[in-house]
Design a protein around this ligand. Structure first.
Ligand code: ADP
Length: 646
């Protein structure tokens, strides 16, 4: 980004080069004795050789300053300025002392013409001395002299401008002190350009500041000034012509001059006033729209300054706190904060203004507001720093979170209750499973005792009944154990980086006997991911699905099992498909419930707990499990789990 000070570097450099060009041309004219080049305008007075040297030195001084200004300027700027000052001051002192110190003939000694090359105009000398001392002042880089220097540059600009007007209107008294001490026209141009360029080094100061600013007033000043200057120059010129050629008598001429000036000014002011009025209307509309937006905001908006003084509030603020805006504006914002929290607020406010940034309060901590009748209510506040002309203000948007906090409290209670119920349930599961094992063991022991103690009395029929009883008891015992395992599932889970491919390889190794016996072919179709998961539980999930896929196949069919995985948005989706007996769609949901079996135990052994475990494990990973199948056409079990990342 270009800062305002550096914005004008280019025109300053361009002016410096242009002035050097004029000066070098003039010096060439002197050296080659070419009058036309010295005076630039044929028949006009020449720029003095010393003036040309001074212009070069001054331009170089300015160019060096601009080039090295980010390093505080160049030392030569000061030195060159002082040299020019010496020349200017010495030349000017000749006029005051009525003496000739010979400085004008330092470079050109004339033998034929006593006036050759003439004397530098005292006015030029004065302007050069002022220009150079101001340039020196700038090179010191202290704010102290900047404004004074700026006005000295302006002084030179005004003098040069008056001289130029003299040339333009051909009024010699404006530039002619005595014939040989006249300021040349191109000297005036160089002085005007150089002084304006120098004033652009600190563009915000003095009159330059009025023309370089970005505000509406600056834009208007720029336009109005340029138009008035042009108008006045034209009117003035016409007045002089009318005088010179006796078109009008003096009084009529002056009257015309005044009337035309008033009319032109009126026209220009009327145009500018219209623009300003239009702008004001637009601004009022924008302000009104902004006010409506602020007023209709669904939360309280409070603007306060660094001292905590409230400067603006919206309708919601009045509604929330019970005060009218008149009661709030101008008061300290502490009136909206419970007294007990003032100390806390002062501390927060201090750190806010030390490093202003958007801050949210009341999300993780408890923040309260105070109504007019002294009641407290919980709030959430967003503090936004706003830079205004009077420093930093803070915009607080306040939301009443009473009902949300109440709901949160209800949810918190419910979660607590649920956790307690879960604990009770787990406890019950544990106790029940343990206690149920005991009578089962007793029944089993008594069957054993009966068989051992009464071998003669037990005939084959009784033995068969006892054996059926025994297997029912051990199945019951197994069911109770499965129930216990189901309750405990995931109790000691630990999230870790899990390689799914190695899990499946291990499961395959565990099921090796069954695989060989059934000639099952298990194929991993896709690349298996390495992901964060509960490894032990994931292994159990794959084992259950693969085991089922082998188990629920017709006896004379070799199981063909495919396993794959794809990454979806935020999840990993796995599948295990088989060419087994398939499942009727009406059972798609039931089979994931505990102890739900679709087949007789004689056909396919099992306890109906495997898929319930699978569902619990998938849910534990923030996912779900489902099946796609058709009777007799195989099944595809799919489950997805969250991509935990870390
Ligand atoms: P179990 O395998 O011990 O019977 P599961 O909970 O694992 O218990 O399965 C529940 C029921 O779902 C099974 O009894 C079976 O009827 C059906 N089932 C599970 N997997 C498959 C499969 N791959 N093909 C057909 N039916 C299946």
């Amino acid at each position: 980004m270009v800062t305002t000070a550096y914005k004008y570097n280019f025109p300053i450099i361009l002016t410096g080069i242009f002035v050097i060009f004029i000066a070098v041309t003039v010096m060439t004219g002197w050296l080659l004795h070419l009058d036309a080049i010295q005076s630039l305008l044929p028949g006009h007075i020449s720029m003095h050789f010393n003036s040309a040297i001074c212009f070069i030195l001054l331009s170089v001084a300015l160019l060096l300053y601009v080039k090295y200004r980010n390093r505080g300027g160049h030392r030569l700027t000061g030195v060159l300025s002082l040299i020019v000052f010496l020349v200017g001051a010495t030349t000017f002192s000749q006029k005051i002392l009525h003496s000739d110190l010979g400085i004008d003939y330092l470079f050109f000694k004339n033998h034929n013409n006593p006036y050759y090359p003439g004397k530098m105009s005292p006015l030029t000398a004065l302007c050069l001395a002022i220009m150079s001392i101001s340039t020196f002042g700038i090179s010191l880089n202290t704010n102290k002299y900047k404004t004074v220097c700026q006005f000295l540059f302006h002084f030179v600009s005004v003098v040069a401008f008056i001289v130029l007007i003299g040339y333009l209107y051909n009024v010699p008294s404006l530039y002619n002190l005595s014939y040989y001490t006249t300021m040349a026209c191109h000297t005036a141009v160089a002085l005007l350009l150089l002084s304006i360029a120098a004033s652009l080094i600190n563009p915000s100061l003095g009159i330059t500041g009025i023309f370089t600013g970005k505000r509406m007033g600056n834009v208007m000043a720029r336009r109005l000034f340029s138009q008035i200057v042009v108008a006045v120059l034209i009117i003035g010129y016409l007045r002089i012509l009318s005088h010179r050629y006796h078109w009008l008598s003096a009084d009529v001429g002056i009257a015309f001059l005044i009337v035309s000036f008033i009319l032109v000014s009126l026209f220009l002011i009327w145009k500018k006033a219209n623009i300003l009025n239009k702008l004001e209307v637009n601004m009022e509309i924008a302000q009104e729209n902004f006010r409506i937006g602020v007023e209709s905001a669904p939360y309280a908006l409070i603007l306060s300054d660094e001292t905590g003084r409230i400067t603006q509030v919206n309708f919601q603020t009045e509604k929330l706190y019970g005060y009218t805006s008149e009661e709030l504006i101008g008061k300290n914002i502490e009136m909206l904060i419970p007294k007990e929290l003032h100390k806390h607020y002062r501390h927060d406010s201090e750190s806010f203004f030390t490093s202003p940034a958007v801050v949210s309060l009341g999300i993780d901590d408890e923040v309260y507001a105070n109504t007019k009748n002294g009641a407290w209510f919980p709030v959430e506040i967003v503090l936004t720093p706003i830079t205004t002309q009077n420093g930093i203000s803070v915009l607080a948007s306040v939301t009443d979170v009473t009902s949300r906090k109440a709901n949160e409290a209800i949810i918190k209670n419910q979660v607590k209750e649920l956790q307690l119920k879960n604990q009770e349930l787990e406890h019950f599961n544990y106790i029940a499973s343990h206690d149920l094992q005991e009578p089962l063991r007793t029944v089993s022991n008594y069957i054993m005792l009966l068989e051992e103690d009464y071998p003669e009395q037990i005939n084959d029929e009784i033995r068969m009944h006892l054996s059926t009883m025994n297997s029912a008891v051990s199945r019951m015992s197994q069911l109770v154990r499965s129930l216990l395992d189901f309750g405990r599932l995931g109790k000691n889970r630990k999230l870790s980086l899990t390689d799914c491919c190695s899990i499946i390889t291990n499961v395959k190794a565990d099921l090796n006997g069954l695989i060989k016996q059934t000639n099952a072919v298990i194929t991993i179709v896709d690349d298996m991911p390495v992901l964060y998961a509960y490894e032990t539980e994931m292994r159990q999930l794959f084992q259950n699905l693969i085991n089922n896929a082998i188990k629920f196949t017709d006896k004379d069919t070799a199981p063909q099992i495919n396993i794959g995985c794809k990454k979806t948005k935020g999840f990993y989706e796995f599948y295990v498909s088989d060419n087994g007996i398939g499942i009727d769609p009406k059972h798609f949901n039931d089979i994931f419930h505990i102890f739900q079996r679709l087949n007789k135990n004689e056909d396919y052994e099992g306890y109906g707990i495997g898929l319930a475990n699978c569902r619990k494990i998938a849910e534990m990973h923030g996912g779900e499990i489902w099946v796609e199948s058709e009777l007799g056409k195989g099944s595809t079990f799919k489950f997805k789990i969250l991509n935990f990342k870390a």
